[in-house]
Design a protein around this ligand. Sequence first.
Ligand code: ZN
Length: 299
Amino acid sequence: MLAWCCALWTLLGCARSEASGSRSGPFNGQAALGYAKAQVDFGPRVPGTDAHRLAGDWIVARMRERADTVIEQTWTHRTAAGRDLPMRNVLARFRPDVAERILYVTHWDSRPTSDSETNDALRMQAVPGANDGASGVGLFVALGDVLKKTPPSVGVDLLFVDGEDYGNFDKNEDVLIGSRYFAEHLPAANYQILFGVLWDMIGDADLQVYQETHSLERAPEVVSRVWQTAADLGYSRWFIPESRYTVTDDHLPLLDKGLRVIDVIDLDYPAHHTTRDTIDRVSANSLKIVGDVAYALVR
Ligand SMILES: [Zn+2]
């Protein structure tokens, strides 16, 4: 009788969570939005600017409060045009002594030009980068809150990469700078992971995350794991189990290095690479959905 009651209760609970998403769990979407806003408030985080340096300092300070170890990688990147850019990756480690690890990646820089604007004057302006940059940072800092309170069952590395969005994707020039650098300067010579996820543009109020083609081809078991975890949480409406995009993104240098990292990205974002990528287009609810999935994968 007890077993039957429990089964029925579970069934009802599942049905309810599938319909609406349960939104339970310790991840705080409102806090994540606040952290994303703090990044945006520095101004565009374009490498070489004061806003970039101050926003980077803020990330390091926030993660030193939360993680067991924080490593900064700093170097100078010479662009195709011959300009020297100060670069910084931040690696925040939870349970650094544990061999079995999960790697999460997000880029923290924002793009210097709003290429997708039709108006020439607007095209010259920097992207505010609320979704494309700050949303991933907000996710990671809020995840840090949870992991500090309840250490994960495995080791977790949160990697904030710089210079993802600086240059020209068509020419493959001055883009993915931080993830390329990390791939060549791993935290240990024998650094390995169980799996990894790149979280990019995951705060859109109109959240629709489709599976990405490179990820499906090169680490299909990680794609299955992430989308199944979302389904278990009742989030299949937002994590749609269909492939849609092929994206040049920070997962590629890591995949090339043998690290099984997939891209979780909501590329259906009309404000992408425009001056309209502002904080009002990012929602606590979307960050909560993604944060619940990210936490469920490591707890
Ligand atoms: Zn971008």
